[in-house]
Design a protein around this ligand. Sequence first.
Ligand SMILES: [Zn+2]
Length: 493
Amino acid sequence: MATSAKVNASLKQPAHPVSTAVTDEDPSVEGEIDGLPRVHVHVPLDDSDLEDAAEADGELDEWEDTESLYGDVLQEMGDDQLFDGEPDACTLEEAVAFRQQLRAIGPMEFCRTTVEAGTISAKKLLTAFGLKPPPFLEGEDDDAYYPLLSLALSRELSKRIKLTQYNSVDDAVDLIKNAKNIIVLTGAGISTSLGIPDFRSKDKGLYAKLEYLGLSDPQEVFDINTFRDDPSIFYTIARDILPSTDRFTPTHAFIHLLQQKGKLLTNYSQNIDNIESIAGILPEKLIQCHGSFATASCVECKYQIPGETIFPDIKAGRIPKCPKCIASLKAQAGTSMKRKRSQNGQSKKRGRYDSGADDSTDDDLDTAKGGIMKPDITFFGEQLPDRFSDRLTNHDKHLVDLVIVIGTSLKVAPVSEVVPYLPAHIPQMYISKTPVSHVNFDIDMLGECDVVVAELCRRAGWDLNHEMIPEKQKLDIKLQDGFTSRHLFSTEE
Ligand SMILES: [Zn+2]
């Protein structure tokens, strides 16, 4: 009891200074962070509490508070980094053993036999739970790591437990063949093989392209307030993210095949490219969590039109105007309207990144008064589509019998909230290039998702006809060292 009490008690002590890794945008973490005492810790006392804790409503929100509080200070370590041979980090085998031990004996006994018995330092034990000891604690007593360890243990216990009966690729195939109500969660990774940029990827995605525009935070482009202030910022890059294809990937075809076989419950997509629709996913089976270009609405009067109506404007780098607002402005202005032109001939409000489009008659109106059309993709600061939570909580949760996550790292809400929300006994599998460590999937299949789904279909005896699937592809599937259910897919060129 003593140490876990100590670990918990240490949460109430003054926090350690965090002067590094503080962002200027967030005043709440400036200077001395007195956030540590605010960390919510609800370590279950015995195993019977585990399920209750995992199902407790609102837990998710609390975790988000905790994690956003630490923000950039916390560095996650993927399981693969545990192999790096750092002297202060656990090996994967050690980590797996510690995690099992924690579940088996509960956090109090776990602390007693580890940090309190002096068999391992709290600093090193953190790494077994995927947390990197933060630089600001370097050189401190080991006690200083207790609050973080407490957080790490709670977080581990709140994770879904992997179902041990599902491990192999053939297990995945059997699950898919036997399932009747599959939730498929998709992200940018399922469209990249068409050359559509992953605009959330920091290194090479659209955000990197945006740096030349001088934006301090490229997310500004998708911020509704920025858009209201200066829509030209968004319309400077909109043509780059405009879906300009009638093609879809083998992965889209796979989801469509699940639908044809009557197995698709819902496809929750993070993508705004609307390619799911092109591939034939029915509107009633599709939730585009961040909206799409399929429709566009006026930011002022909410007048909605088919998205393709404004595609010519987007492609030309022009700011599309609302026909309804324009009409009523014209009616109001009548013939007596004074043209609002400034002396040098520029209209009054020009964007920072004006595309230089010629003024047309419509531009002569004071467009600052409104009437800008915006594609119905969900911007930061805008509400998510209502259908998302309605469908998830009132429909899917009770029906789902398999979860397949494809091409997303599950870091962005709301898709990131779907998996922890679903009943823990429902099998979950993961298909993507890079593994994630914050969710325990039953089966991980890492590689190009087009390649993985093609192989799953081949083994299921299903025809996944798609021109992007080579007729005879040489495939290499390896079980990653130290794992029982993580498979690495690669093709031989
Ligand atoms: Zn309007």
